[in-house]
Design a protein around this ligand. Structure first.
Ligand SMILES: Cc1ncc(C[n+]2csc(CCOP(=O)(O)OP(=O)(O)O)c2C)c(N)n1
Length: 678
C-alpha cells in the first residue's frame, strides 16, 4: 500500500492535492486518537473513507453548521454506523458547535454526544441512528421519498436536496439492502446517491470469504446508475459525484478504498476494522501520512480550511430563507408546521370524535381493520402529512383510503406507497420519512410479519420517531391461513420494546381512539394490532373523552354488588369477556370487564388510577389470543389466563377459538372452578 505523499509540490494541482490530503488526514488522525483513547472503536472505516468524505463535505454537501436542522440541507447518512468517528470528526472539523474536541476525547463514554454508533438526537448533524447494518440505507430511501414528495407539494424553491449514503460491504450484504435499493430504483429516486466504501474487507477477513456479488450489476439491475472509482483520488471522486447528481436515477459510486489507509501494517486488513491500532501502529501511520500534530490537535491552517468548507452553503441557506419568507403566509405556516411535526390537534380531535359519534349512532359489527379505514378516511383529510402504504396487502390491511393517490415515480405528490413485499425496507423507509420531517408515515402488513419489520421498529422506538404500523390479522381469528400467519408471541414481543405503543382496540370506537393516541405520540412509534374478523360494537354510548388514553379502563362494572371476578381482555377477546360476564352473572357471580387496549399507556398511568382499574376482586382473569407473557403485571402471577400456549392451526376462526378454549364458556368455567377452590 502506498500512502499519500505529503505533497509539497509547487504546481497548483499538486498544491490542491496536498491541501486535500492534509484535510483528509485530519479525519484519520482524530479517528485514530479517539479510538485509541477509548480503547475501543473502529478506525479502519474513517481512515479508508476519509478521502471521499472530504470531497463530499467540502465540495458538494449542502449544509450549515449554524443551523443543523435547516430543512433543505442535503442529508448524509452514515449507514456503516461503526465508522462513527468519521462523522464525529467531520462535524467537529466543519464547526458544528456541539461537537467539541472534548466530546471527541470522550468518544464512547457515558453521557458523551459521541456514542459508539451515531445516535440521532445526541449531536446535531446525526441524521439517523445507525449501527445495525443496512438500516441507514433503508432510512435514506425514505428520506429521498420525503424530499421528492415535499418538493412536489411545496415546490423546488423550498425543497430541493440530495440524500447521500455511505454504505459498507456489510450494509450491502444485509437483506434489507435489496429491499431498499429495489424500491429506490423503482421510484427513480434520482437524488439518492450511495457512496459505497468498497474496501473488500469485513470482520472475518477478505470479502471473498463470504461474498462474490457484482454490486455494480446488482444495482444496475435494480434501476440504478453505477460506477466504480478509485476512492482515494479526489478528482475521480468529485467527477463521480457530479455525474451522479446529474443522473435521472439513483446512483451508486463504488469507491475502491483501503481500509485503515495509512496504517503501516494493518491497512488493507480486518485488523484495523474494529479495534484501537496501538501506539506503534499510530506512530507509523502518522509518519506515513506526514501528520506531525500531537494527538487531538489540528493545525490551524487545516482547521481553517475545514471551517471555510463549513461556511460554503451559507449563501444558499440565506437565499433559501428569503424564498421561504416570500411564500404566501399560509403556505409558509403550513410548511413550518409540517416540518416541526406539530399536529392541528383540534382538527385531529374533531375528525376522531366525528367518527366515534357516527359509530355510536349506528353501532354495527365490523373488523377493527375496517374501522381503521373509516378513521383513516377522516384523518388523512385532517392531516395532509400522513403518507400511507402497505407491503402488498393493501386490500387486507385497509390502509388506503380511496381518496389517496398512489405515490409513484411519475406522481411523487401521491400519498400511498405500494411498498411491494418488502416489510423490512418499508419500516426502515418510514423511519427515514419521519426523520426527514414533514411527513407522518403509516403502513400495513400482517401482525405476524412484524418480525420482518422488527429491527426498524426497534430503531424507530430508540430514535423516538412517530411512525404508525397498522398490523392486521392479529390472532388465530384470521382463521384458515393457519399457524404461519397467526401471531401468538408477537404482541408480547412488541410490548417488550421500550418506547413503543402497542394498541389492540376491541371495537370500532376504540380503533378511532387508538389512532388518535398514536398520532398524538410525538416521540413514540405505534403498532395498531387489528382484527381480520368482525367484532361486535362494545362502546355504544358516545363519549367525547378518549377512554383508551388510560391504557385500560372498566368497560362494564359488576352488574350486581362487589365483583368477585375482574375480567381483563384486549382486542377481539373483550367481547368474549363481556359474554363470560353474563354467563357468570347467570350463575350468581358478579364480574366486571376491563378493556386493555394498550399495556404501555396503562403502565405509565398514575398508581391510584392503576389500582382502581385493577380493582379488588378476589379473582383476576386475563383473556388474549396470544401468550401470557406480560399479563402478570395486570392479573398477578396467581391470576388466571385464557390464551395461547402453542402455535395456532388452519381452520375457520370460530373452530379455532373453540379448539384453543378461548370462549365465554371456557372463561366462565375456569373462573367458577377457581372460585370453588379448584
Ligand atoms: C445487522 C448487523 N449485523 C452485524 C453487525 C456487526 N458488524 C459491524 S461491522 C460488520 C461488518 C464489517 O464489514 P464492513 O461493513 O465492510 O465494514 P468495514 O470492515 O469496511 O469497516 C459487522 C458484521 C452489525 N453492526 N449489524
Amino acid at each position: 500500500m502506498a500512502a499519500q505523499p505529503a505533497g509539497r509540490g509547487t504546481d497548483p494541482q499538486a498544491k490542491l492535492r496536498a491541501a486535500h490530503d492534509r484535510m483528509a488526514n485530519a479525519i484519520r488522525a482524530l479517528a485514530m486518537d479517539a479510538v485509541e483513547q477509548a480503547k475501543s472503536g473502529h478506525p479502519g472505516l474513517p481512515m479508508g473513507a476519509a478521502d471521499f468524505a472530504t470531497v463530499l463535505f467540502t465540495r458538494f454537501l449542502k449544509f450549515d453548521p449554524a443551523d443543523p436542522d435547516w430543512p433543505d440541507r442535503d442529508r448524509f447518512v452514515l449507514s456503516a454506523g461503526h465508522g462513527s468517528m468519521l462523522i464525529y470528526a467531520l462535524l467537529h472539523l466543519l464547526g458544528y458547535e456541539a461537537m467539541t474536541i472534548d466530546e471527541i476525547k470522550r468518544f464512547r463514554r457515558l453521557g458523551s454526544i459521541t456514542p459508539g454508533h451515531p445516535e440521532h438526537g445526541h449531536a446535531p448533524g446525526i441524521e439517523t441512528t445507525t449501527g445495525p447494518l443496512g438500516q441507514g440505507l433503508g432510512n435514506a430511501v425514505g428520506m429521498a421519498i420525503a424530499e421528492r414528495h415535499l418538493a412536489a407539494e411545496f415546490g423546488a424553491e423550498i425543497v430541493d436536496h440530495y440524500t447521500f449514503v455511505l454504505a459498507s460491504d456489510g450494509d450491502l450484504m444485509e437483506g434489507i439492502s435489496q429491499e431498499a435499493i429495489a424500491l429506490a430504483g423503482h421510484l427513480k429516486l434520482a437524488k439518492l446517491i450511495v457512496l459505497y466504501d468498497d474496501n473488500a474487507i469485513s470482520i472475518d477477513g477478505p470479502l471473498w470469504l463470504a461474498d462474490s456479488v457484482d454490486q455494480l450489476r446488482r444495482f444496475e439491475a435494480c434501476g440504478w446508475a453505477a460506477a466504480r472509482i478509485d476512492g482515494h483520488d479526489p478528482d475521480a471522486i468529485a467527477a463521480a459525484i457530479a455525474w451522479a447528481k446529474g443522473n435521472d436515477r439513483p446512483s451508486l459510486i463504488a469507491c475502491r478504498t483501503i481500509i485503515g489507509f495509512g496504517a503501516p501494517t494493518k491497512a488493507g486488513t480486518e485488523k484495523c476494522h474494529g479495534s484501537a491500532l496501538g501506539a506503534d501502529e499510530i506512530r507509523g501511520a502518522r509518519e506515513r501520512l506526514g501528520w506531525t500534530a500531537p494527538p487531538f490537535e489540528v493545525p490551524d491552517d487545516i482547521r481553517d480550511a475545514w471551517r471555510a468548507a463549513g461556511q460554503r452553503s451559507r449563501p444558499a441557506h440565506l437565499a433559501w430563507m428569503t424564498r421561504l419568507a416570500n411564500l404566501p403566509v399560509e403556505r409558509r405556516a403550513e410548511f413550518k408546521r409540517r416540518i416541526a411535526g406539530d399536529l392541528p390537534r383540534e382538527a385531529v380531535a374533531a375528525a376522531v370524535c366525528g367518527v366515534k359519534e357516527k359509530l355510536a349512532a349506528a353501532p354495527k359489527e365490523m373488523a377493527t381493520r375496517v374501522a381503521s379505514e373509516l378513521v383513516l378516511d377522516a384523518l388523512t383529510v385532517a392531516l395532509p402529512e400522513m403518507i400511507g402504504g402497505s407491503a402488498d396487502l393493501t386490500g387486507s390491511n385497509n390502509t388506503k383510503p380511496k381518496r389517496l393517490a398512489v405515490l409513484s415515480a411519475a406522481e411523487p405528490a401521491g400519498r400511498f406507497i405500494h411498498y411491494g413485499v418488502r416489510e423490512h425496507g418499508m419500516a426502515a423507509a418510514m423511519n427515514g420519512m419521519a426523520l426527514h420531517g414533514g411527513i407522518i408515515p403509516y403502513s400495513g402488513t400482517f401482525l405476524t410479519f412484524s418480525d420482518y419489520c422488527r429491527p426498524a421498529i426497534r430503531l424507530a422506538a430508540l430514535m423516538g420517531q412517530r411512525v404508525v404500523f397498522v398490523m392486521t390479522h392479529d390472532s388465530i381469528g384470521l382463521g384458515e391461513d393457519g399457524p404461519t400467519h397467526q401471531p401468538v408471541e408477537h404482541l408480547a414481543a412488541l410490548r417488550a420494546i421500550p418506547n413503543l405503543l402497542v394498541f389492540r382496540p376491541c371495537d370500532a370506537v376504540e380503533t378511532a381512539e387508538c389512532w388518535e393516541l398514536a398520532l398524538m405520540a410525538r416521540s413514540t412509534p405505534s403498532v395498531l394490532a387489528l382484527t381480520r374478523q368482525n367484532v361486535p360494537p362494545l362502546r355504544t354510548a358516545h363519549v367525547a373523552e378518549n377512554r383508551c388514553a388510560a391504557g385500560a379502563y372498566e368497560l362494564l362494572p359488576a352488574s350486581d354488588g362487589e365483583a368477585k371476578v375482574s375480567l381483563f381482555a384486549s382486542g377481539s377477546e373483550v367481547s368474549i369477556a363481556v359474554e363470560a360476564r353474563a354467563l357468570l352473572a347467570a350463575r350468581g357471580v358478579a364480574a366486571r370487564v376491563v378493556s386493555v387496549p394498550c399495556f404501555d399507556l396503562f403502565e405509565t398511568a398514575p398508581a391510584e388510577a392503576r389500582v382502581a382499574v385493577i380493582g379488588g376482586a378476589p379473582l383476576r382473569l386475563g383473556i388474549e389470543a396470544g401468550v401470557r407473557q406480560g399479563w402478570d403485571a395486570i392479573i398477578g402471577s396467581d391470576g388466571l389466563f385464557v390464551g395461547m400456549r402453542t402455535f395456532g392451526a388452519s381452520a375457520p376462526a370460530k373452530d379455532l377459538f373453540r379448539h384453543f378454549e378461548i370462549t365465554p364458556e371456557h372463561v366462565a368455567k375456569a373462573a367458577l372452578t377457581k372460585l370453588d377452590g379448584g
